[in-house]
Ligand binder design. Structure first.
Ligand SMILES: [Zn+2]
Length: 336
Protein backbone atom coordinates (compact mmCIF):
# COMPACT_ATOMS: atom_id res chain seq x y z
CA UNK A 1 0.00 0.00 0.00
CA UNK A 2 1.24 3.48 -0.83
CA UNK A 3 1.33 6.02 1.96
CA UNK A 4 -0.86 8.42 -0.05
CA UNK A 5 -3.59 5.74 -0.12
CA UNK A 6 -3.65 5.77 3.69
CA UNK A 7 -3.53 9.54 4.27
CA UNK A 8 -3.91 12.23 1.64
CA UNK A 9 -4.38 15.99 1.70
CA UNK A 10 -7.80 17.27 0.74
CA UNK A 11 -9.19 20.82 0.97
CA UNK A 12 -10.94 19.79 4.21
CA UNK A 13 -7.69 18.48 5.72
CA UNK A 14 -5.69 15.25 5.91
CA UNK A 15 -8.02 12.38 4.92
CA UNK A 16 -7.79 8.61 5.52
CA UNK A 17 -9.81 6.85 2.74
CA UNK A 18 -9.92 3.31 4.26
CA UNK A 19 -10.78 4.66 7.73
CA UNK A 20 -13.05 7.42 6.38
CA UNK A 21 -11.87 10.12 8.80
CA UNK A 22 -9.98 13.41 8.75
CA UNK A 23 -7.20 14.61 11.04
CA UNK A 24 -7.59 18.24 12.23
CA UNK A 25 -9.95 19.19 9.37
CA UNK A 26 -10.31 22.91 8.69
CA UNK A 27 -13.85 22.45 7.34
CA UNK A 28 -16.81 20.63 8.88
CA UNK A 29 -16.67 16.88 8.19
CA UNK A 30 -18.38 13.64 9.20
CA UNK A 31 -15.62 12.21 11.35
CA UNK A 32 -12.69 14.18 12.76
CA UNK A 33 -9.69 13.10 14.82
CA UNK A 34 -8.34 16.16 16.63
CA UNK A 35 -4.72 16.46 17.82
CA UNK A 36 -5.20 19.40 20.22
CA UNK A 37 -7.44 22.29 21.22
CA UNK A 38 -5.86 25.24 19.36
CA UNK A 39 -8.51 26.82 17.17
CA UNK A 40 -6.70 26.20 13.87
CA UNK A 41 -6.69 22.43 14.57
CA UNK A 42 -9.88 22.01 16.60
CA UNK A 43 -12.88 23.51 14.85
CA UNK A 44 -16.51 23.16 15.88
CA UNK A 45 -19.31 21.59 13.83
CA UNK A 46 -18.05 18.10 12.93
CA UNK A 47 -20.57 15.24 13.14
CA UNK A 48 -18.27 13.01 15.21
CA UNK A 49 -15.03 13.86 17.03
CA UNK A 50 -12.40 11.53 18.48
CA UNK A 51 -9.80 13.17 20.75
CA UNK A 52 -8.26 12.93 24.20
CA UNK A 53 -10.56 13.72 27.13
CA UNK A 54 -8.67 16.96 27.77
CA UNK A 55 -8.91 18.12 24.16
CA UNK A 56 -12.66 17.41 24.18
CA UNK A 57 -13.03 19.34 27.46
CA UNK A 58 -11.05 22.27 26.04
CA UNK A 59 -13.19 22.32 22.89
CA UNK A 60 -16.34 22.36 25.06
CA UNK A 61 -14.92 25.30 27.05
CA UNK A 62 -14.13 27.26 23.91
CA UNK A 63 -17.12 26.40 21.70
CA UNK A 64 -19.83 25.24 24.14
CA UNK A 65 -20.99 21.71 24.94
CA UNK A 66 -22.64 21.31 21.51
CA UNK A 67 -19.39 21.70 19.54
CA UNK A 68 -19.86 18.33 17.77
CA UNK A 69 -22.65 15.84 17.00
CA UNK A 70 -21.01 13.08 19.03
CA UNK A 71 -17.68 12.80 20.85
CA UNK A 72 -15.48 9.92 21.89
CA UNK A 73 -12.58 10.23 24.32
CA UNK A 74 -9.41 8.21 23.77
CA UNK A 75 -6.53 7.68 26.20
CA UNK A 76 -2.87 7.91 25.18
CA UNK A 77 -1.75 4.50 23.94
CA UNK A 78 -5.28 3.06 23.65
CA UNK A 79 -5.78 1.48 20.20
CA UNK A 80 -9.01 2.23 18.34
CA UNK A 81 -10.20 0.43 15.19
CA UNK A 82 -11.88 2.49 12.47
CA UNK A 83 -12.98 0.39 9.46
CA UNK A 84 -9.97 -1.85 10.04
CA UNK A 85 -7.55 1.07 10.40
CA UNK A 86 -5.74 1.10 13.74
CA UNK A 87 -5.46 4.51 15.37
CA UNK A 88 -3.40 5.33 18.48
CA UNK A 89 -2.96 8.74 20.16
CA UNK A 90 0.47 9.48 21.65
CA UNK A 91 1.55 12.54 23.73
CA UNK A 92 2.83 15.52 21.71
CA UNK A 93 4.11 17.76 24.54
CA UNK A 94 2.51 20.84 22.93
CA UNK A 95 -0.38 21.82 25.26
CA UNK A 96 -2.60 19.98 27.77
CA UNK A 97 -4.23 16.99 26.04
CA UNK A 98 -2.20 17.34 22.83
CA UNK A 99 -1.55 14.21 20.81
CA UNK A 100 0.19 12.81 17.78
CA UNK A 101 -2.01 10.37 15.89
CA UNK A 102 -0.53 7.08 14.63
CA UNK A 103 -2.53 5.58 11.75
CA UNK A 104 -1.75 1.95 10.85
CA UNK A 105 -3.10 -0.26 8.06
CA UNK A 106 -1.70 -3.32 6.25
CA UNK A 107 1.68 -2.98 7.97
CA UNK A 108 2.13 0.71 7.12
CA UNK A 109 2.32 3.25 9.95
CA UNK A 110 2.01 7.01 9.49
CA UNK A 111 2.28 9.40 12.44
CA UNK A 112 0.59 12.81 12.16
CA UNK A 113 2.19 14.82 14.91
CA UNK A 114 0.03 17.96 14.84
CA UNK A 115 2.04 20.57 16.75
CA UNK A 116 4.74 19.33 19.12
CA UNK A 117 7.75 20.27 21.19
CA UNK A 118 10.50 18.42 23.05
CA UNK A 119 11.41 21.09 25.62
CA UNK A 120 10.37 20.23 29.21
CA UNK A 121 6.88 21.52 30.07
CA UNK A 122 5.21 20.45 33.34
CA UNK A 123 1.80 21.61 32.05
CA UNK A 124 1.40 18.62 29.69
CA UNK A 125 2.56 15.06 29.11
CA UNK A 126 5.98 14.91 27.39
CA UNK A 127 6.32 14.06 23.69
CA UNK A 128 6.89 10.39 22.99
CA UNK A 129 8.78 9.43 19.80
CA UNK A 130 6.89 6.78 17.81
CA UNK A 131 8.62 4.57 15.24
CA UNK A 132 6.90 4.90 11.89
CA UNK A 133 7.27 4.65 8.12
CA UNK A 134 6.05 8.17 7.40
CA UNK A 135 6.30 11.02 9.91
CA UNK A 136 4.22 14.13 9.34
CA UNK A 137 5.83 17.12 10.99
CA UNK A 138 5.02 20.79 11.43
CA UNK A 139 7.77 23.29 10.60
CA UNK A 140 6.64 26.47 12.36
CA UNK A 141 10.24 27.19 13.38
CA UNK A 142 11.85 25.12 10.64
CA UNK A 143 14.95 27.22 10.07
CA UNK A 144 18.37 26.72 11.72
CA UNK A 145 18.19 30.29 13.10
CA UNK A 146 15.44 29.15 15.48
CA UNK A 147 16.93 27.76 18.67
CA UNK A 148 14.71 28.26 21.68
CA UNK A 149 16.49 29.10 24.96
CA UNK A 150 15.59 27.49 28.29
CA UNK A 151 12.13 28.66 29.42
CA UNK A 152 13.22 29.15 33.04
CA UNK A 153 16.06 31.45 31.91
CA UNK A 154 13.56 33.58 30.00
CA UNK A 155 11.29 33.79 33.06
CA UNK A 156 14.38 34.74 35.08
CA UNK A 157 14.79 37.79 32.82
CA UNK A 158 11.16 38.73 33.52
CA UNK A 159 11.62 38.39 37.28
CA UNK A 160 14.81 40.46 37.25
CA UNK A 161 12.88 43.22 35.48
CA UNK A 162 10.08 42.97 38.08
CA UNK A 163 12.65 43.37 40.87
CA UNK A 164 14.32 46.27 39.08
CA UNK A 165 11.10 48.25 38.48
CA UNK A 166 8.86 47.74 41.54
CA UNK A 167 6.61 50.73 40.67
CA UNK A 168 5.81 49.43 37.22
CA UNK A 169 3.57 46.57 36.09
CA UNK A 170 4.68 43.81 33.74
CA UNK A 171 2.04 42.82 31.23
CA UNK A 172 2.81 39.51 29.52
CA UNK A 173 1.10 38.59 26.25
CA UNK A 174 0.63 34.83 25.92
CA UNK A 175 -1.80 32.64 23.95
CA UNK A 176 -4.82 31.68 26.02
CA UNK A 177 -4.43 27.92 25.63
CA UNK A 178 -1.13 26.48 26.74
CA UNK A 179 1.33 29.35 26.58
CA UNK A 180 -0.36 31.43 29.29
CA UNK A 181 -0.48 28.48 31.70
CA UNK A 182 3.10 27.53 30.88
CA UNK A 183 4.25 31.07 31.68
CA UNK A 184 2.41 30.92 35.02
CA UNK A 185 3.87 27.50 35.85
CA UNK A 186 7.37 28.72 34.93
CA UNK A 187 6.89 31.71 37.25
CA UNK A 188 6.03 29.32 40.09
CA UNK A 189 8.98 27.04 39.26
CA UNK A 190 11.21 30.12 39.42
CA UNK A 191 9.97 30.73 42.99
CA UNK A 192 7.48 33.56 42.28
CA UNK A 193 4.77 33.34 44.95
CA UNK A 194 2.75 36.55 44.48
CA UNK A 195 -0.72 36.34 42.95
CA UNK A 196 -0.62 36.37 39.14
CA UNK A 197 -3.25 38.67 37.61
CA UNK A 198 -5.01 37.33 34.54
CA UNK A 199 -7.22 38.73 31.77
CA UNK A 200 -10.78 37.32 31.76
CA UNK A 201 -10.10 35.44 28.50
CA UNK A 202 -7.66 33.17 30.36
CA UNK A 203 -9.88 32.37 33.34
CA UNK A 204 -11.77 29.25 32.17
CA UNK A 205 -8.81 27.50 30.56
CA UNK A 206 -6.52 28.27 33.50
CA UNK A 207 -9.12 26.96 35.93
CA UNK A 208 -9.39 23.81 33.81
CA UNK A 209 -5.62 23.31 33.94
CA UNK A 210 -5.76 23.63 37.75
CA UNK A 211 -8.60 21.06 37.85
CA UNK A 212 -6.32 18.67 35.93
CA UNK A 213 -3.62 18.92 38.59
CA UNK A 214 -1.48 21.63 36.97
CA UNK A 215 -0.75 23.92 39.94
CA UNK A 216 -0.60 27.55 38.78
CA UNK A 217 -0.74 29.05 42.27
CA UNK A 218 -2.98 31.97 43.18
CA UNK A 219 -4.60 33.66 40.17
CA UNK A 220 -6.55 36.93 40.48
CA UNK A 221 -8.63 38.79 37.89
CA UNK A 222 -6.80 41.76 36.39
CA UNK A 223 -9.70 44.16 36.71
CA UNK A 224 -8.79 47.79 37.28
CA UNK A 225 -12.39 48.85 37.97
CA UNK A 226 -12.41 47.15 41.36
CA UNK A 227 -9.28 48.69 42.74
CA UNK A 228 -6.88 51.51 42.19
CA UNK A 229 -4.51 51.38 39.28
CA UNK A 230 -1.68 51.53 41.78
CA UNK A 231 -2.67 48.09 43.15
CA UNK A 232 -0.92 46.65 40.15
CA UNK A 233 2.46 48.28 40.82
CA UNK A 234 5.05 45.50 40.82
CA UNK A 235 2.49 42.99 39.57
CA UNK A 236 2.77 40.41 36.80
CA UNK A 237 -0.31 40.45 34.59
CA UNK A 238 -0.94 37.86 31.87
CA UNK A 239 -3.31 38.44 28.96
CA UNK A 240 -3.93 37.13 25.43
CA UNK A 241 -2.06 38.88 22.59
CA UNK A 242 -5.35 40.28 21.25
CA UNK A 243 -5.84 42.25 24.49
CA UNK A 244 -2.79 44.35 23.65
CA UNK A 245 -4.34 45.49 20.40
CA UNK A 246 -7.35 46.95 22.25
CA UNK A 247 -5.06 48.90 24.60
CA UNK A 248 -6.06 46.76 27.57
CA UNK A 249 -2.45 46.81 28.79
CA UNK A 250 -2.42 50.61 29.06
CA UNK A 251 -4.74 50.52 32.05
CA UNK A 252 -1.95 49.34 34.30
CA UNK A 253 0.66 51.58 35.96
CA UNK A 254 3.54 52.37 33.60
CA UNK A 255 3.31 48.91 32.00
CA UNK A 256 6.31 47.09 30.59
CA UNK A 257 5.06 45.16 27.59
CA UNK A 258 6.30 41.56 27.45
CA UNK A 259 5.38 38.85 24.96
CA UNK A 260 6.05 35.11 25.27
CA UNK A 261 6.54 33.55 21.85
CA UNK A 262 9.08 31.69 19.76
CA UNK A 263 8.83 34.59 17.30
CA UNK A 264 10.51 36.86 19.85
CA UNK A 265 13.78 35.41 18.56
CA UNK A 266 13.31 37.93 15.73
CA UNK A 267 14.07 41.34 17.23
CA UNK A 268 12.39 43.24 14.46
CA UNK A 269 9.15 41.40 15.17
CA UNK A 270 9.33 42.36 18.85
CA UNK A 271 10.10 45.98 18.00
CA UNK A 272 7.24 46.25 15.50
CA UNK A 273 4.85 44.87 18.11
CA UNK A 274 6.00 47.42 20.69
CA UNK A 275 7.33 44.64 22.91
CA UNK A 276 9.87 45.97 25.42
CA UNK A 277 10.74 42.65 27.03
CA UNK A 278 10.54 39.79 24.49
CA UNK A 279 10.45 36.32 26.10
CA UNK A 280 11.46 33.49 23.77
CA UNK A 281 9.11 30.79 25.04
CA UNK A 282 7.63 28.50 22.41
CA UNK A 283 5.28 25.52 22.41
CA UNK A 284 6.67 24.42 19.04
CA UNK A 285 9.85 22.55 18.23
CA UNK A 286 12.91 24.56 17.28
CA UNK A 287 15.23 23.44 14.47
CA UNK A 288 17.21 20.98 16.60
CA UNK A 289 14.06 19.44 18.06
CA UNK A 290 12.61 18.96 14.57
CA UNK A 291 15.64 17.18 13.16
CA UNK A 292 16.28 15.12 16.32
CA UNK A 293 12.66 13.97 16.25
CA UNK A 294 12.77 13.07 12.55
CA UNK A 295 15.83 10.88 13.26
CA UNK A 296 14.23 9.23 16.31
CA UNK A 297 11.07 8.19 14.46
CA UNK A 298 13.21 6.21 12.01
CA UNK A 299 10.81 7.26 9.26
CA UNK A 300 11.98 6.74 5.69
CA UNK A 301 9.67 9.48 4.49
CA UNK A 302 8.79 12.90 5.93
CA UNK A 303 5.79 15.04 5.06
CA UNK A 304 6.04 18.64 6.17
CA UNK A 305 2.89 20.59 6.98
CA UNK A 306 2.49 24.22 8.04
CA UNK A 307 5.47 26.47 8.54
CA UNK A 308 8.81 26.88 6.79
CA UNK A 309 8.79 23.66 4.78
CA UNK A 310 11.67 24.26 2.38
CA UNK A 311 14.66 24.17 4.73
CA UNK A 312 13.41 21.05 6.49
CA UNK A 313 12.66 19.25 3.21
CA UNK A 314 16.15 20.15 1.98
CA UNK A 315 17.75 18.91 5.22
CA UNK A 316 15.92 15.56 4.88
CA UNK A 317 17.06 15.17 1.27
CA UNK A 318 20.68 15.77 2.27
CA UNK A 319 20.27 13.07 4.94
CA UNK A 320 18.89 10.65 2.34
CA UNK A 321 15.34 10.78 3.71
CA UNK A 322 12.51 11.29 1.21
CA UNK A 323 10.56 14.46 2.06
CA UNK A 324 7.86 16.65 0.63
CA UNK A 325 5.73 19.59 1.68
CA UNK A 326 2.04 18.75 2.11
CA UNK A 327 0.70 22.25 1.42
CA UNK A 328 -2.15 21.95 3.89
CA UNK A 329 -3.90 25.27 4.32
CA UNK A 330 -5.66 26.83 7.26
CA UNK A 331 -3.14 26.37 10.07
CA UNK A 332 -2.12 29.69 11.58
CA UNK A 333 -0.11 28.43 14.55
CA UNK A 334 -2.32 29.98 17.23
CA UNK A 335 -0.08 28.81 20.02
CA UNK A 336 3.40 29.79 18.86
ZN1 LIG B 1 -1.08 24.28 18.43
Amino acid sequence: MRARDLLKPRPEGLYCPPGDFYIDPVRQVGRALITHGHSDHARPGHRAVLATRQTLDIMALRYGEEFAGTTQAVAYGEPIEMNGVRVVFHPAGHVLGSAQIAVEFNGLRIVASGDYKRAPDPTCVAFEPVKCDVFITEATFGLPVFRHPNGLDEIGRLLRSVAQFPERSHVVGAYALGKAQRVMRLLRDAGYEQPIYIHGALADISEYYQSQGIDLGRLEPATVEKGSKRDFAGAVIVGPPTAFADRWARRFPDPISCFASGWMRIRQRARQGGVELPLIISDHSDWDELIDTIKETGASEIWVTHGREEALVRWCELEGIAAQPLHLVGYEDEGD
